[in-house]
Design a protein around this ligand. Structure first.
Ligand SMILES: C[S@@+](CC[C@H](N)C(=O)[O-])C[C@H]1O[C@@H](n2cnc3c(N)ncnc32)[C@H](O)[C@@H]1O
Length: 236
């Protein structure tokens, strides 16, 4: 049965309240951007803004169990297009927790040295977060950080060729039946007659030819315009 949560726990350390999304702060008293903090006994919750996080937006918009979109606490995951670490900080709250008591790791790849500086300072207080300065298209450049296949991959790179990149990354690094989330920005793909609709159809056709199963297409319009989050599952 589909669990559609509008209030209550979504997964360990992740809670929804009406339109608001919160994660249990792994670094008490510290904000990553200018998000709200809220005390609940000994627990501190940090507001997760779905307008500045495609993963957050997908959790709000999915018509399936939102917990499917998150990896299990304590697992090892790959995040491509880490940016300044906004989404990653919330993922870390869930996957690692205070002082990484869950024992998870997030390999966070980005090619921007500015982003890397922010990620490195985030990682100093968030053990388990591993920032990697690399071009995600050069898989060999970060494979050393992924000694085993991972159960969860998120890609959010906003550049042309997003589908091909996701498929090759999954082929190489995703565990059997693992979950891969592809945040696709239509405007980043090459222009086609038919505009965004044609670009999304192209992406879906390419996915359906691959070994991956398309589980859900989550339209993020209104929270992240021109974006769709594709939820894929790897083969057995
Ligand atoms: C939309 S931002 C990511 C935002 C981030 N996912 C978040 O939610 O906080 C896209 C990021 O992808 C990175 N990027 C673009 N092309 C890349 C590539 N080929 N390899 C690695 N990172 C790339 C950019 O530097 C940028 O930081």
């Amino acid at each position: 049965m589909v669990k559609r949560t509008t209030s209550g726990s979504i997964a360990w350390g992740v809670m929804r309240q009406g339109r608001g999304l919160w994660t249990r702060n792994a670094v008490k008293g510290e904000r990553v951007r200018d998000e709200r903090l809220r005390k609940d006994g000994k627990i501190e919750w940090r507001s997760w803004n779905p307008r500045s996080s495609k993963l957050g937006a997908a959790i709000i918009r999915t018509s399936e169990d939102p917990g499917i979109l998150l990896p299990s606490p304590g697992s090892n995951v790959l995040y491509i297009g880490a940016g300044h670490g906004t989404t990653i900080s919330h993922l870390h709250d869930h996957l690692c927790g205070v002082e990484n008591h869950h024992g998870g790791t997030i390999v966070a790849v980005d090619l921007s040295s500015r982003c890397m500086r922010d990620l490195i300072s985030l990682a100093e207080k968030r053990p388990g977060l591993i920032p990697v300065l690399a071009d995600a298209r050069k898989l060999d450049d970060y494979s050393v950080f992924l000694t085993n296949r991972v159960p969860w991959i998120l890609q959010d790179v906003s550049q042309a060729g997003q589908v091909e990149l996701m498929l090759s990354v999954c082929d190489r690094f995703l565990d059997s039946e693992g979950i891969a989330l592809l945040s696709l920005k239509a405007a980043s793909e090459r222009w086609k007659d038919g505009g965004d609709k044609a670009r999304f159809s192209d992406a879906e056709a390419r996915i359906s030819e691959s070994k991956m199963t398309l589980m859900e297409r989550i339209d993020l319009r209104g929270l992240e315009d021109q974006h769709v989050m594709y939820v894929l599952r790897g083969p057995k």
